[in-house]
Structures are given as structure tokens and as C-alpha cells.
Design a protein around this ligand. Structure first.
Ligand code: UD1
Ligand code: CA
Length: 466
């Protein structure tokens, strides 16, 4: 059962949301059910559930059908009630499945799992217009209305909705379309849907038939015309999915620009999640932000970076083509180009991580550097440490991962291997090319490599002359 939600604002009556998501989505040509297809990194259905959640409804019922078990399994954490529609007999039939869960005195708001950009603000307006006794429906004026049900008006008033396949040529000339989104009292919806018959071109139980029923009973029908077409666009194929991705990308970029972030190209930054930021942040082209990311003042992100669930401190510059996952990076650090952070690392201020350096599950103290070609895994690194080019922390013995402790002011020579678990004392220097397997004392030079020697009498083999 759904979790109890906070009551809707006093101006709105108690509302239960029904989200229709039993569509097959064949045109996606994908093994993944349509409503699980990701938009800005999250399933289509999650976008709708979130918009609905912002209204603080009494409950959200998701009607699922074909391949529905995988939808439930994937989104089992969502605070919704799952209602199965065994046979896909039409939108009216789909809504009917949820009605036994909804008390008569509530309002019902019908949404669609494949119409992801609907805004809570629009829904609140729709509910406000319906009040407690009317039916309000969201319509949209489209240049190309093909495929949509048309709103039939007489003397300006909505009379009914006709599906394209049932419409006359005259009705088809109307460009006012039914978005399918509507709000009405549960009490009336129950009565009307029980009377809907599948007597139409598609042999389906049409939700849209209730409009004419309301008109007949002199229940007020209040149309609300959507101002932003993108909000009511459905997703049926990958082309439409890409189109909505573009809409979301543009929306987010627009918000960032208004907020004072400099974007090298607003068409080439993707925010899949939430991005919080300070002042004078600069973001170059083709950057992807995923999950929760926060950027301090004056942060610069170079082109081609992917930043996921991370915090980047003020004044830090991330150069081109870095992948940063679940890292907490301090202020005034230099990262990249071509650096990779795997979860989960913490860098203090003024740390430098250079090209082809991988950092995983490690902490690094202030002013430490790993400027080239290194692996820092499962390590506690102190302050002012210099990790030489080609240093590898061998943290994995094939079965277990071990930690490495590197105290302050250590220098590791180029191409050294530190076999964990190991402790390196403060101020130690490890000679280039060393493989160290035991603790390294503080303040000394430790050499762990074969001594250089020259074989005087050696002669290079030659092929016999022919
Ligand atoms: C429906 C509307 C049409 C409107 C259009 C907007 C009806 C009869 N028609 O038409 O007026 O212009 O949406 O896109 O309502 N679904 C179920 N179970 C079913 C049938 C549908 O869950 O048995 C869900 C689908 O997953 C989909 C939505 O309802 O998300 C709409 O169904 P669809 O068959 O696409 O309706 P349309 O013919 O597009
Ligand atoms: Ca449709």
C-alpha cells in the first residue's frame, strides 16, 4: 500500500492520482518496457510519479500491464500502489481498475506514464479548476493534431471528445486535442466508467466517453489549455524520447544560465539529476552531470567530463575528459585532463590529480599530488605527498582488498609498486622502480629494486652470415 503522504495544500481537495502505464511500447523496439526507458537518466514513469508527488496526494495508483512485473520490480521503492490491468481494453478500463482503491469523496487525477514532462503547477491548476464537483481536462492546440482525440466544442463549450478513428472530417479539422490528463470527482468517475461501452472503431473502453456523460448530466466541464506543448507530449518511440530529452536539456540549461552559470554551449550540457552551484561557475561543452552534484564558487569543468554524485570545492578546475564518480573534492584542486575517480574518494584542498590517474576509495591530504599515470586505490594519503609517475598501489591480492597508509610528505618514485597492506612513514622517499612489500620507515630513502650492473664481457648474439 502507498505511504501516507502529507495533505495537499488547503486550497486543493484530497486527491488520488491514477497513472496509466499498461502500454506495450512496441515502437520503442526495446527489451526494456516503455515507462522504464530513461529520460535525463531516470525512467519515464519516475518523472510522472515525481510530478504527482508534488501535489501531496492521498495516494498514487500506477496501472500496469504488459511486462508490468519488471516495471514493478524496477520501481518497487516508489511510494505508489500498483494496480494490475490484466487485459488492455482501453483507457477507461485502465482507470476503472484503480477506482476500488479510491474513496468516493476524493478527486481523481489521471496521468500517463509515458507523458513525462507534465508540471505539478499545471496539475495544481487543473485540480483547482475542477474544485470538488467539476470535471477539468487538459487540452492542447497542436499544428499537427494527427493521432490525438479532438475536443468538440459547441458555442465555445466542450461537448465531448472524439477519437481520431471515430471522427468525421469536420471534427478532424479541430486542432484542439485531448491530452488525456483530467481531474474529476471519484464518485462521478465510478458511475460514468461503469457505463462506458466499447462501441467504437477500436472496440475499446474509452475514458474520453465520460466527457459527454458529464455534459449530459450538466456537470461543469472545464477545459484548461496547456501553454507549453512539451508538457503534454507522449513518448512512443526513440525519436520522441530524444525530442523530450532535448526539451529537458534546454530547460535545465536555461535555469543554469538564469542562475549565473556560464555554459560554453547551452545545447551541450546534460543535467541528469540535481546540480547545485556557487557563483561564477564555468561549464565547457559536452559535460554530463548525473545524480546529485554540487560545484563551489569559481569551479571550472572542462569539455567532455562526466560528474556523478560528487562535490567539487570552490576554485577547483577539472580539465578535459575526466570521469568523477562519488568524490568529495576540496577547494583549489586541479583535476585531469583524463583523470578518473571511482567511488568513493575524499580530497582535501589544493590536491593535484593529473592525466591518466585513477583514484578509488582513497583520501588525500592537502597539497598532495599524483600528476601522471598512477593508481591510488584504498589508500590514506597524508598532506604534501608526491605520488610519482607510474606509481601503482597494488590493493588487491585476488581475493581481498587491503589499505595502504602513506603519511605526510612522502615521495614515491616513478614506477614504484606499493603492495598493500603497507604503511609508509612520514617524509619517506621510495626510489624509482621499487616494489615495496613491507613497511617503509619515515624520513629515509628506501630502495627495493635490483642494483644496476654492467656485464663487461657480454657479446650480442648475431645471425650467421649466409
Ligand atoms: C488517448 C486518448 C486521446 C488522446 C491521447 C493523448 C482515449 C480513448 N484516447 O488516445 O483522446 O488524444 O490519448 O495521447 O483515452 N493505457 C493503459 N491501458 C489501456 C489502454 C491505454 O494503461 O488499456 C495507457 C497507455 O499505456 C498510454 C495511455 O493509456 O500511456 C494512452 O493510451 P493510448 O492507447 O496510447 O491512447 P491513444 O489512442 O493515444
Ligand atoms: Ca498515445
Amino acid at each position: 500500500m502507498p505511504k501516507k503522504r502529507r495533505r495537499a495544500p488547503a486550497s486543493l481537495p484530497p486527491v488520488s492520482v491514477v497513472i496509466l502505464a499498461a502500454g506495450e511500447g512496441k515502437r520503442m523496439k526495446s527489451a526494456l518496457p516503455k515507462v522504464l526507458q530513461p529520460l535525463a537518466g531516470r525512467p519515464l514513469l519516475v518523472h510522472v510519479i515525481e510530478a504527482a508527488g508534488r501535489l501531496s496526494p492521498e495516494a498514487i495508483h500506477v496501472v500496469y500491464g504488459h511486462a508490468g512485473e519488471s516495471v514493478r520490480a524496477a520501481l518497487g521503492q516508489e511510494p505508489v500502489n500498483w494496480v494490475e490491468q490484466r487485459e488492455r481494453l482501453g483507457t477507461g478500463h485502465a482507470v476503472l481498475q484503480a477506482l476500488p482503491h479510491i474513496p468516493d469523496e476524493q478527486m481523481v487525477l489521471v496521468l500517463y506514464g509515458d507523458v513525462p514532462l507534465i508540471r505539478a503547477q499545471t496539475l495544481a491548476e487543473l485540480l483547482a479548476r475542477a474544485g470538488t464537483g467539476a470535471l477539468s481536462l487538459l487540452t492542447v492546440k497542436l499544428d499537427d493534431p494527427a493521432g490525438y482525440g479532438r475536443v468538440v466544442r459547441a458555442s465555445g463549450r466542450v461537448r465531448r471528445i472524439v477519437e481520431e478513428k471515430d471522427a468525421t472530417a469536420r471534427e478532424l479539422s479541430s486542432h484542439e486535442c485531448n491530452t488525456g490528463v483530467l481531474a474529476c470527482p471519484a464518485r462521478l468517475l465510478k458511475r460514468w466508467l461503469a457505463r462506458v461501452k466499447p462501441h467504437n472503431a477500436q472496440g475499446e473502453y474509452y475514458l474520453t466517453d465520460i466527457i459527454a456523460m458529464a455534459v449530459k448530466e450538466k456537470v461543469a466541464v472545464v477545459p484548461v489549455v496547456a501553454q507549453d506543448v512539451a508538457e503534454v507530449l507522449g513518448v512512443n518511440d526513440k525519436q520522441q524520447l530524444a525530442q523530450l530529452e532535448g526539451v529537458l536539456r534546454a530547460r535545465r540549461a536555461h535555469e543554469l544560465l538564469l542562475d549565473g552559470v556560464t555554459l560554453a554551449d547551452p545545447a551541450r550540457v546534460d543535467v541528469r539529476g540535481t546540480l547545485t552551484h556557487g557563483r561564477d561557475v564555468f561549464i565547457d561543452v559536452n559535460v554530463v552531470f548525473d545524480g546529485d552534484v554540487s560545484l563551489g564558487d569559481n569551479v571550472r569543468i572542462g569539455p567532455g567530463c562526466v560528474v556523478r554524485d560528487s562535490r567539487i570545492g570552490a576554485g577547483t578546475e577539472v580539465f578535459a575528459h575526466c570521469v568523477i564518480d562519488s568524490a568529495d573534492i576540496g577547494a583549489n584542486c586541479n583535476i585531469g585532463p583524463f583523470a578518473r575517480f571511482r567511488p568513493s574518494s575524499r580530497l582535501k584542498d589544493a590536491v593535484h590529480i593529473g592525466n591518466f590517474v585513477e583514484v578509488k576509495n582513497s583520501n588525500m591530504g592537502e597539497g598532495s599530488k599524483a600528476n601522471h599515470l598512477a593508481y591510488v586505490g584504498d589508500a590514506e594519503v597524508g598532506a604534501r605527498v608526491n605520488i610519482g609517475a607510474g606509481t601503482i598501489i597494488a590493493n588487491y591480492d585476488g581475493a581481498n582488498k587491503h589499505r595502504t597508509l602513506i603519511a605526510d610528505d612522502v615521495h614515491t618514485g616513478s614506477n614504484s609498486v606499493l603492495v598493500a597492506p603497507i604503511t609508509v612513514g612520514a617524509g619517506a622517499t621510495i626510489a624509482a622502480g621499487s616494489t615495496v612489500i613491507g613497511s617503509v620507515p619515515a624520513g629515509k630513502l628506501t630502495v627495493a629494486r635490483a642494483r644496476q650492473s654492467t656485464i663487461e664481457a657480454w657479446v650480442r648474439p648475431r645471425k650467421p652470415e649466409k
